[in-house]
Every structure is written in structure tokens, then in C-alpha cells.
Design a protein around this ligand. Structure first.
Ligand code: ZN
Length: 255
């Protein structure tokens, strides 16, 4: 069986047919789903979906693109959720300098605060990093050797970034539909990442793999991603499935 380690199944995109989406995913072998939070607006729909579906697991955090001037109040509310419910990770967190640099300083502060939170709760973090590797590394550097674990979701770096992350230790590389894109440099980069450091993810409803690119992404496309990954890792889809599922269990401790 496969695990989709990053899917926003609580977004309005899935409201009309979430039951079918989940049932069909299970039919093709994708049986567990990690749902990372984005901001205060997504908390209630997220909690509703995980309460209704035993196969869905929630991560709680404040997404960098949702960090603004008043982030402290928002973060306080989000942190409050950890005493009210069970979460398997803090996420998604990180820095995004692609969409907007206005709140860069606040993004840095929110990221560091949520790393502290993860360490205090002994939870892994789900990192969203867009055009911000060096900025994220600068912050992580202060936590070296303190047992921080997590995943670089939708990993988009090159050799240099792979080496930095592997040297830091404790982190997995989240691989999704981008690996199937025609001009993706990930096809080369992925050769330097051992299978036992890779997690499969869709980032549904975004980033659907070829031949579904541009359409709504769904967890049932995980086998398409596994197939592509198997080719570039000179492996088999079965081995990719077995290995990435084991990795997900190790990181998220679903029980
Ligand atoms: Zn996401």
C-alpha cells in the first residue's frame, strides 16, 4: 500500500466528491493520507475531514504564504489546537519568497517558533520551501544536532541542497507530480537521493502528474508518481511503494 504524505483534501476542490476520491484512492492502493493545515480558515474543514475519515491524519501549522503582520495572534490560535486534538506533525511551515517578500521577517519568526513547537512536542515538521533554501538553511543551522526531523515537501532543490539536507540529517525528501514534468531537473537530482530518504506525495489538488497535468490532482495518482520515480531510481514500483511507505511510517508514527 501507498501513503500520500501531502494532500489538502479539505479544500473546496474536494467538497463535491471527497468520498469517491478517497474510496478510489484506496482501490488503487493509496490507503493513508497526511493533511497539512494552511491557515485559520482551513482548520475547521481539516478537522472535519480527519474526524470523519480514519485514513486521514492531520498536521497543524501556519503556512508561510499565510504569514502577515498579525501572525502572532494567528499562530497562538493554531498552537492552541495541539492541546485539543492529535496531530502527527507541525506543518506546513517554512519560507516562501516566490509569491510575496513583504513579510519575510515575520515568515522567519513564524518558522522558528514552529520549529521550537515541534521540538517541544517531539513532532516532525513539514517544510514548504519556495525560492528560499538558503533562508531556510540559515534558520535550521541553529537547530543542528537537536533531533529535529521532517520532510522537505515538494522538494525542488539541486545537488547543493540535497547535500546540505543530507548532511543536516533527519529529513526526508517529498517527491510528487513534478518528477513527471517534461523539463524537471528533479529527474537528475533524484539519483543522488537514496530511496529510504524519499516520501511520496501529491500536494492535491495542486501539481497533478503527467498525463493529468493542469487538472485537479488526487491521491489516486500516487502510483503514477511511483512509476516515474522507479524509472529514475532504476528500481521497481513495488520497491518504491514498500520503501516510501516504510519511510512515512518512520517519520509520522501514525499509531
Ligand atoms: Zn501543501
Amino acid at each position: 500500500m501507498y501513503i500520500d504524505t501531502h494532500a489538502h483534501l479539505y479544500l473546496p476542490d474536494f467538497q463535491p466528491d471527497l468520498e469517491e476520491v478517497i474510496n478510489y484512492s484506496k482501490l488503487v492502493g493509496v490507503e493513508m493520507f497526511v493533511l497539512p493545515n494552511v491557515d485559520l480558515e482551513t482548520v475547521n474543514p481539516l478537522m472535519q475531514v480527519v474526524n470523519e475519515h480514519a485514513s486521514c491524519y492531520a498536521a497543524m501549522g501556519l503556512h508561510p504564504t499565510s504569514v502577515s503582520a498579525n501572525y502572532k495572534t494567528v499562530l497562538e490560535e493554531i498552537v492552541g489546537w495541539f492541546s485539543r486534538s492529535k496531530f502527527i506533525a507541525v506543518g506546513e511551515v517554512g519560507i516562501d519568497l516566490y509569491w510575496d517578500k513583504t513579510y519575510f521577517k515575520q515568515q522567519q519568526e513564524a518558522f522558528a517558533a514552529q520549529i521550537d513547537l515541534a521540538l517541544s512536542l517531539s513532532l516532525p515538521i513539514i517544510i514548504h520551501c519556495r525560492e528560499a533554501f538558503s533562508e531556510i538553511f540559515d534558520i535550521l543551522e541553529a537547530y543542528r544536532g537537536r533531533g529535529l526531523r521532517g520532510v522537505f515537501h515538494s522538494f525542488s532543490g539541486g545537488t547543493k541542497e540535497v547535500n546540505w539536507i543530507r548532511n543536516f540529517g533527519g529529513f526526508y525528501f517529498g517527491i510528487g507530480g513534478v518528477i513527471t514534468f517534461k523539463n524537471s531537473s528533479l529527474k537528475e537530482v533524484i539519483r543522488q537521493i537514496p530511496l529510504d530518504e524519499i516520501l511520496l506525495e501529491t500536494d492535491s489538488p495542486y501539481l497533478a502528474p503527467v498525463p493529468h497535468r493542469g487538472k485537479r490532482n488526487m491521491p489516486s495518482y500516487i502510483p503514477v508518481i511511483a512509476q516515474a520515480l522507479a524509472i529514475y531510481k532504476v528500481s521497481t514500483p513495488e520497491l518504491v511503494e514498500e520503501c516510501t511507505t516504510r519511510n512515512a511510517h518512520k517519520l509520522f508514527n501514525f499509531n
